[in-house]
Design a protein around this ligand. Structure first.
Ligand SMILES: Nc1nc2c(ncn2[C@@H]2O[C@H](COP(=O)(O)OP(=O)(O)OP(=O)(O)O)[C@@H](O)[C@H]2O)c(=O)[nH]1
Ligand SMILES: [Mg+2]
Length: 382
């Protein structure tokens, strides 16, 4: 025990060491089995079951974790009871509940893909236990989610104590742009349920566990567990896997007991969750409406700028065309004038030539003429 408290080794290693010195499986089973709300120091306060809300991205192992819990708890044959599916996910599209013990029920929630505002809203509503279990989950747009919540109001069990468990596969990577969305998901899950989600990292022998652990630690997650789920392909019982599953369930019970030391009011809690969701949906719709309006405004401005540019370009083009036409006209007039001038020049030359010929004939006529000695006449050209 001294070693456990003062060791500088990571928590997980210390846990494993502590587990190995004791025969943990029977002890853990006893702890889980014996949990009863009526045994809490302030009594049941209106609660009668722990609802383990499994949530996370599609295909990360939520249904497989339920299979593992059932396999370990029932300790019989392996059965794909939660219908774990393909690696690409989207297998579970309903909220389905699986009773583990009299006081513990697991809920397989619909996994998310894009984690956009609509998917997040639906996940929050599932986590808040505001949508009925064992019903299909539709991704609704607009204010439709609130209609669903109001419709389901009378089917919701106020006596459920919700514990959120985020399932994340270490084989998958998360884009840095999605990290804020994930942080928001975990924070809202805490605000809605009053418990910071426990994180279960699946596929522990197939990926980078340390990286995933540090990702969630940075987001403030206190309890991170790693597990290799039992699957249809690999379900040979091992003590390590059995212990880890029981250990997770036992930690959940510890969390519930810790919360139950304080005064609780399940009906009030449900109302608070409802109000939280109402506020979330309204703010989301307002934000989306504002974004759409901003987009429309930007598009309108863009269109106006383009029209203006077009008009300007058109008038510039018209002016250029005018100049070209003007130049062409000038050139044409010049050519016409030159042609006209040439014609006139040729006419003039012809006339001049004619005159020249006339002159030469005249000259010749008078050159050959014998002067008349008696009667002398003056020359016309002189
Ligand atoms: N090796 C290994 N395979 C796992 C583990 N967990 C889940 N798988 C496999 O991963 C695939 C998806 O697992 P599911 O349990 O269906 O995932 P899911 O989160 O329920 O998926 P959706 O219902 O689609 O949201 C299945 O082929 C499982 O057999 C694990 O810890 N180790
Ligand atoms: Mg599933």
């Amino acid at each position: 025990m001294k070693d456990f408290v003062f060791s500088s080794k990571p928590l997980e290693t210390r846990f494993n060491k502590q587990h190995s010195v004791m025969d943990d499986i029977p002890r853990l089973r006893r702890n889980i089995q014996s949990f009863d709300f009526h045994h809490c120091s302030l009594g049941s306060q209106g609660f009668n079951r722990v609802l383990l809300q499994l949530f996370g991205f599609a295909g990360h192992g939520k249904s497989s974790f339920i299979n593992s819990c059932k396999y370990v708890w029932d300790d019989g044959e392996f059965w794909n009871i939660a219908k774990a599916g393909r690696d690409d996910g989207a297998r579970t599209t309903e909220r389905i509940s699986y009773e583990l013990t009299k006081t513990i029920t697991l809920v397989d929630n619909r996994g998310c893909f894009k984690m956009d505002d609509y998917e997040k809203g639906e996940i929050f509503a599932q986590l808040a236990n505001l949508l009925p279990v064992d019903d299909p989950v539709e991704w609704t747009k607009g204010l439709g989610l609130m209609d669903q919540i109001f419709e389901a109001e009378y089917r919701i069990n106020t006596s459920d104590f919700i514990v959120p468990i985020f399932i994340y596969s270490v084989t998958k990577s998360i884009a840095s742009a999605e990290i804020n969305g994930l942080r928001e998901l975990l924070t809202v899950a805490r605000d809605l349920t009053g418990i910071f989600p426990l994180v279960v990292l699946t596929h522990q022998t197939h990926g980078n566990v340390a990286k995933a652990q540090s990702l969630f630690r940075d987001m403030g997650v206190e309890r991170i567990f790693t597990i290799e789920n039992y699957t249809p392909e690999d379900h040979i019982k091992t003590r390590g896997r059995h212990e880890e599953v029981l250990n997770i369930l036992n930690e959940v019970i510890k969390d519930v007991k810790f919360q139950m030391r304080d005064q609780q009011n399940p009906v009030m809690k449900l109302r608070e969750r409802m109000q939280y969701m109402f506020k979330y949906v309204c703010e989301r719709e307002l934000r989306i409406w504002e974004e759409v309006k901003e987009l429309e405004k930007a598009m309108q401005l863009n269109l106006m700028a383009m029209t203006l540019k077009k008009t300007r370009t058109e008038s510039e083009m018209e002016r250029e065309q005018d100049e070209i036409r003007h130049e062409q006209e000038k050139r044409r007039l010049k050519e016409e004038m030159e042609k006209e001038n040439e014609k006139e020049r040729q006419l003039l030359e012809m006339e001049m030539k004619k005159l020249q010929e006339e002159l030469e004939r005249f000259d010749l006529k008078y050159k050959n003429k014998k002067p008349n000695k008696q009667k002398k006449e003056p020359c016309a050209l002189q």
